[in-house]
Design a protein around this ligand. Structure first.
Ligand SMILES: [Zn+2]
Ligand SMILES: [Zn+2]
Length: 51
């Protein structure tokens, strides 16, 4: 299960991409900031637009 790495963004629940600590460019950019919500656009993180 070594591949099962979570995105390094504190507020992100996505799986990190292979070879990266983050799931997306968004998280890679925002990973250093302590955001309360992730806006990477992945379904796992779009808690506001839950249908
Ligand atoms: Zn996310
Ligand atoms: Zn992420």
């Amino acid at each position: 299960m070594a591949k099962d790495k979570k995105c390094a963004h504190p507020a992100c629940n996505c799986q990190a991409k292979e070879g990266s600590d983050y799931c997306s460019n968004y998280c890679e950019t925002a990973g250093g900031t302590a955001e309360i919500q992730c806006n990477c656009g992945h379904p796992d993180c779009s808690i506001r637009s839950g249908a």
